[in-house]
Write a protein that binds this ligand. Structure first.
Ligand SMILES: *[C@@H]1O[C@H](CO)[C@@H](O)[C@H](O)[C@H]1NC(C)=O
Ligand SMILES: *[C@@H]1O[C@H](CO)[C@@H](O)[C@H](O)[C@H]1NC(C)=O
Length: 383
């Protein structure tokens, strides 16, 4: 027994030495990339109001959601309302900063009239197509936002102008190394929940299954189209704890989260995870990081004081019960301790919430809130 055990012990000692060497050399590579300041050449942003930095300001119509008035931007440099649905910066801004850019890339609609400015922005750091109210489905809040399919069309226009100016080799090289950021799906689920509110639980469940199928089909088509256009690195934020936003809590007499909305979101997040893992196994040169906004929000709300929140239920800017009965407009009331609020308005995170979220997705231990790796590793991976 003795020699065999020793042999096993020896072998495993050898194996762990080898493992150590591997670990050391890969961390050396990562360190080298970081030391070289290896920021991706650009970031292209797709999705809804969690990422919009002003596209909706260029859309017309009375029902377009726009964050172009006080108190939006009250904590932004110069206290300007830029179109961000936040008191200051949003998640796109903080992720961009983490990746090495000064802030989020500019809104496509602020550049599009000039192909020169569009290409210049794309090369300098990317373009944002995100639009408040947008969904995966064209029918979601139709006419009042840029739906995901149109955002992809706008990217296609961007790429063809890049190719015209830079040539296809340079354009494709830039795109392969760039990060494509997504946060979309919440609006489709909100619209569905309102439309189905009077149906039986069984009816809702059946309809939810059909909804998930059409959402996944639309999302997957967008990702495959972008991949065919040269995108390789996908940083994806799943749908958060929708039932716990102030607007959802308002429907409960005691202000509790809506379990039904949370279930709807979590069911979607499950199929979204399968979709990305399946795309990764089928598409060549495809890398992704899926960030668990739902799980992060759950953990944050379970112990709000750990991150300095004193209010996780109400809107800082608004009016009425939970600050969620009136919109955040110039006639609204605004809280003073904005960094202590998880929510800025009835549905959107505060600037501090956006910062903490971005921080977690960028470099928390992979497997905690991101899989298969975090956004930092995604940006540094070579394909
Ligand atoms: C659900 O029922 C309420 C009360 O009868 C009604 O006001 C509301 O419009 C209904 N919603 C839908 C989507 O049918
Ligand atoms: C502010 O005005 C809007 C309409 O312009 C109204 O819907 C809202 O209730 C008002 N807010 C407050 C806090 O009175």
């Amino acid at each position: 027994m003795e020699p065999a055990e020793t042999m096993v012990g020896y072998r495993s000692a050898m194996a762990s030495t080898a493992l150590c060497l591997l670990v050391v050399s890969s961390s050396v590579l990562v360190t080298t990339a970081a030391a070289a300041g290896a920021r991706p050449p650009a970031m292209f942003v797709f999705g809804d109001s969690t990422l919009d930095v002003g596209n909706n300001n260029y859309l017309s119509g009375p029902d377009v959601p726009r964050a172009n008035k006080p108190y939006y931007g009250i904590d932004f440099p110069g206290s300007v309302s830029t179109g961000r649905f936040s008191n200051g910066y949003n998640i796109a801004d903080y992720l961009a900063k983490s990746l090495g850019f000064p802030w989020s890339p500019p809104p496509y609609l602020s550049l599009a009239p000039s192909s020169g400015r569009l290409v210049q922005a794309a090369v300098a750091g990317g373009v944002s197509y995100a639009s408040g109210g947008a969904g995966i489905l064209d029918s979601t809040n139709a006419g009042n936002n840029i739906p995901l399919s149109k955002q992809v069309q706008y990217f296609k226009t961007t790429k063809s102008q890049m190719v015209a100016k830079l040539g296809s080799r340079a354009a494709n090289l830039l795109l392969t190394k760039s990060v494509f950021l997504f946060s979309v799906g919440s609006n489709d689920l909100f619209v569905f929940a309102v439309a189905e509110q009077n149906k039986s639980a069984a009816g809702q469940q059946r309809d939810a299954a059909a909804l998930y199928a059409s959402l996944i089909s639309g999302y997957s088509a967008a990702v495959r189209d972008l991949h065919a256009l040269g995108a390789s690195k996908f940083a994806v934020i799943n749908v958060g704890l929708l039932g716990c936003v102030p607007a959802a809590r308002l429907h409960d007499a005691s202000g509790a989260c809506s379990g039904a909305l949370n279930q709807l979101a979590s069911g979607f997040d499950d199929v979204l995870a399968s979709m990305f893992s399946s795309l990764a196994s089928r598409l060549p040169g495809f890398a992704y990081s899926l960030a668990d906004y739902y799980g992060l929000s759950e953990a944050t709300f379970a112990d709000p004081r750990a991150v300095g929140y004193t209010d996780i239920a109400g809107a800082c800017c608004g009016g009425g019960r939970l600050g969620a009965e009136a919109p955040c407009l110039p006639n609204a009331t605004v809280c003073a301790d904005r960094d202590r609020h998880a929510f800025w308005d009835a549905v959107h995170p505060s600037q501090r919430g956006a910062m903490l979220t971005a921080q977690n997705f960028y470099d928390s231990r992979p497997g905690r809130y991101t899989a298969p790796f975090n956004f930092k590793e995604l940006a540094q991976t070579s394909l």
